[in-house]
Design a protein around this ligand. Structure first.
Ligand code: ADP
Ligand code: ZN
Length: 427
């Protein structure tokens, strides 16, 4: 769709959404009043910036059903995010929300070249988490054969991928590494015995260096895919075969990038916090929801022909930035460095501590490859020194570094937890 036409569509849908929440949701009626905006004031998409922002705290304050625009009768599904830091975030869907979810998820598959001929092995977790059922819905919509494997029981998963001849794998990037490792343990040669051609990986941040690792280990083309429970789950944005950013389903979710401190808009091409407004949701539409994800946006046309805006890889969350001795450290940057050092595996852990009356300490653990470990202590120490130097150069502070033996760092079936911040534990 030409952008001018798309923007017309967006404006119409935006107005409908603002009217809906203004009429049905007391929280939004008050917020719009306070901002001095009425639905009819929205004349162009620029007026989006006049609307109030919504935060995760607002969702918590209205937990569980305070932001619904329809009676519970009209809700046919309730998901929830993990809620590691308090009450979970609720994802309520009407029948039409589910239909739209299937539609945007079908696009995710189509953009990766998946068709009705494919066999999709879906190892995103099924349950309250939106990943499993979201990818399930979209695969059915494109007519692919879906294998609802969910997370865990990795040996059986490898067997099924081989026996069923899966051509597409969907899971978190970190779990894809576990499957690769399990295949190796089982003596299943991925190149000759598996038929995987594409992998659609998301739900957690991963670097370009990680993509290369995964593509090499699993012998497939890896696509990045993005979503969040608050919008609809997966299906919000996804890569096309150009791998030059993720196309946003902009006819359903209006993207903005803002300065996280001032709230001012950030121009395309610069890093900002991603903010989304849902423009087709019925169950729980959200205005200008602050995702806390740091990204760049572009509206330049893509070589694939799609006109939808693209977002960069998520460069980190504003809330997972570590401040260590006054220096801002993003885990994403640590991953980029770690994966460039030869002899290391893509399994790492970041530890932060504040020993009594001392300065913060950053420590990075990474697993050695089996080859490096076999070459002995001296080589391992040498690699450690290289990693130490590269991290210090990139981060601007010198972490302690430990290269550990293979398989010593815990694996993850879903989203990996790679940061242990002992300062939060009150030490
Ligand atoms: P939770 O807050 O429990 O993690 P969600 O499952 O809704 O809830 O997770 C959404 C978040 O996951 C996003 O806001 C983003 O931080 C992260 N995420 C999802 N997809 C990606 C991706 N492709 N790259 C990086 N981060 C992602
Ligand atoms: Zn494209």
């Amino acid at each position: 769709m030409p952008r001018a036409e798309l923007e017309q569509l967006q404006l119409g849908r935006l107005r409908t959404t603002v009217e809906l929440v203004c009429n049905q949701v007391p929280f939004y009626r008050q917020a719009l009043d306070a901002a001095g905006v009425r639905p009819q004031d929205l004349r162009s998409l620029h007026d989006l910036q006049r609307l109030p922002l919504t935060t995760k705290q607002d969702l918590r304050a209205n937990y569980p059903f305070g932001l619904l625009t329809v009676p519970l009768d009209a809700i046919v599904r309730l998901h929830a995010s993990s809620g590691t830091t308090g009450k979970p975030t609720v994802g309520p869907y009407t029948a039409r929300d589910l239909a739209n979810w299937g539609e945007v998820m079908a696009r995710v598959y189509a953009a990766a070249g998946v068709t009705g001929q494919d066999i999709v092995h879906n190892a995103y977790g099924y349950g309250l988490f939106t990943g499993g059922l979201g990818f399930h819905l979209g695969a059915e919509r494109v007519g692919a054969a879906i294998v609802p494997a969910s997370g865990g029981l990795s040996k059986r998963q490898v067997m099924l991928m081989e026996d069923f001849g899966a051509t597409v794998l969907t899971c978190t990037p970190s779990y894809s590494l576990v499957l690769a490792e399990t295949a190796q343990e089982l003596g299943v040669d991925i190149r000759t015995r598996l038929r995987l051609r594409a992998g659609i990986f998301g739900a957690e941040p991963w670097t370009e260096a990680m993509r290369q690792e995964i593509e090499a280990k699993l012998n497939l083309e890896a696509f990045d895919t993005f979503g969040l429970t608050e919008m609809i789950g997966p299906g919000v944005a996804s890569e096309c075969i150009r791998h030059d950013g993720m196309h946003i389903a902009e006819d359903h979710f209006l993207p903005e990038a803002i300065d996280p401190d001032s709230g001012a808009p950030v121009p395309d091409g610069e890093v900002g916090e991603l903010v989304f407004t849902t423009i087709t949701r019925e169950g729980q539409p959200l205005l200008r929801y602050r995702t806390r994800d740091r990204i760049r946006l572009t509206r330049e046309p893509c070589a694939c022909g799609r006109t939808m805006a693209r977002m960069s890889k998520v460069l980190g969350r504003t809330d997972d930035m570590l401040i260590i001795r006054g220096v801002n450290v993003y885990p994403f940057n640590i991953e980029s460095v770690v994966l460039k050092v030869p002899g290391l595996e893509p399994h790492y852990l970041i530890l932060v501590d504040r020993p009594k009356d001392q300065l913060d300490e950053l420590e990075v653990w990474v697993e050695a490859s089996a080859e490096l470990w076999q070459r002995g202590e001296y080589q391992v120490r040498e690699t450690e020194q290289k990693l130490h130097k590269d991290l210090a150069d990139t981060l601007g502070i010198a972490p302690r570094v430990r290269v550990r033996e293979p398989h010593s760092i815990q694996r993850s079936e879903g989203k990996a937890r790679r940061i242990i911040d002992k300062r939060e534990l009150g030490s």
